[in-house]
Design a protein around this ligand. Structure first.
Ligand code: ATP
Length: 246
C-alpha cells in the first residue's frame, strides 16, 4: 500500500527522540488514514505528547521522518491545516474568552464574517457562548479546556490533534464533544488524532496505537485489539499489553 492510494494524513517513519540520556521515542512508525479518528493510548510518560508535538511541528525527531498532509514536518505552511489542542492551556488570562478566540482567529486567513461564524460555531460546540464576555482568568479549569478546544477548531483545519481533550470536562459535554468529533469525521472528512486515558473514548476511535516506553506495542481497531488479546474491554488490552510485553 502506498501513501497515495490510501490517502494517509500522517506518516511517521522510524522516529526516534531522546531528551539527554532518556529515550522518549524509539523506532516509531505510524500511518494514519485521512478521514479517521486515531487514538494514542498508553500510560503517563509513554511518549504520546512528544509524538503529537512532532506532528504539529513543535518538536523535531532526532531520527526518522514525520510527514503530515504530504509534507515533511516541521513545516510552517501547514499551520492553517492543523488544529492543535495542547495538554496545558495556552490562553490569555487578561482577555475575555471572545477576545482569545478573536486573537487566534486573526492568526489565520479568515475573512471577517467567516471569523465571526467560526467563533460562534466553536464557542457553541464547547458550550461557552454565554461565557465569552468573561475574562479567562475567571474561568474554571474545565472552561479553559473547552476554550482551548474551541481554539483548536477555529480555522476549520483538515487535521485536528487533541492531547487529552476532555480532561476536566463533565460527562454530558464530553459526549456532545465526541458526537461532534464523529460528525466532523463523517460529514467533513476531518482526520482527528486524540491522546486519551479514557477507555470509552478509545472505543470511539477507528484505530488505536498503544504507546509504552516510547514504542508502539500494538495497534488496530478497538475490536481487533480486544480479539487479539482475547478480552472484552480495552482496559484489559491496556493492562495485558502494558504488563506482559517488553
Ligand atoms: N522537554 C523535555 N525535556 C526532558 N524530558 C522530557 C521533555 N518532554 C517530555 N519529557 C519526558 O519524556 C517522556 C515522555 O513524555 P510525554 O509527555 O511525551 O508522555 P505522555 O505519554 O504524553 O504522558 P502523559 O499521558 O502523562 O501526558 C517523559 O518521561 C517525560 O518526562
Amino acid at each position: 500500500m502506498t501513501a497515495e492510494r490510501t490517502e494517509l494524513s500522517v506518516v511517521v517513519e522510524r522516529v526516534g527522540k531522546r531528551y539527554g540520556d532518556k529515550v522518549v521515542l524509539n523506532e516509531v512508525d505510524l500511518a494514519i488514514e485521512s478521514g479517521t479518528i486515531y487514538g494514542l493510548i498508553g500510560p503517563s510518560g509513554a511518549g504520546k505528547t512528544t509524538l503529537v508535538k512532532m506532528l504539529v511541528g513543535m518538536e523535531t525527531a532526532d531520527t526518522g521522518a514525520v510527514k503530515v498532509l504530504g509534507r515533511r514536518m516541521p513545516n510552517l505552511s501547514l499551520l492553517q491545516e492543523i488544529g492543535y489542542m495542547a495538554q496545558s492551556d495556552a490562553l490569555y488570562n487578561e482577555l475575555t474568552g471572545e477576545e482569545n478566540l478573536q486573537f487566534f482567529a486573526s492568526l489565520f486567513k479568515l475573512r471577517k464574517n467567516e471569523q465571526k461564524e467560526r467563533i460562534g460555531y466553536a464557542a457553541g460546540l464547547v458550550n461557552l457562548a454565554n461565557e465569552l464576555k468573561k475574562k479567562v482568568g475567571a474561568y474554571s479549569g474545565g472552561m479553559k479546556r473547552r476554550l482551548s478546544l474551541a481554539i483548536a477548531l477555529i480555522q476549520n483545519p483538515r487535521l485536528l490533534i487533541l492531547d487529552e481533550p476532555t480532561v476536566g470536562i463533565d460527562p454530558e459535554l464530553r459526549l456532545s464533544i465526541w458526537n461532534e468529533l464523529l460528525r466532523l469525521k463523517r460529514e467533513e472528512g476531518k482526520t482527528i488524532i486524540v491522546t486519551t486515558h479514557v477507555m470509552d473514548e478509545a472505543e470511539r476511535c477507528d484505530e488505536l496505537a498503544m504507546v509504552r516506553e516510547g514504542r508502539i506495542l500494538t495497534r488496530g481497531t478497538p475490536a481487533k485489539l480486544k480479539s487479539d488479546y482475547g478480552v472484552h474491554s480495552l482496559e484489559e488490552v491496556f493492562l495485558h499489553a502494558g504488563g506482559r510485553r517488553q
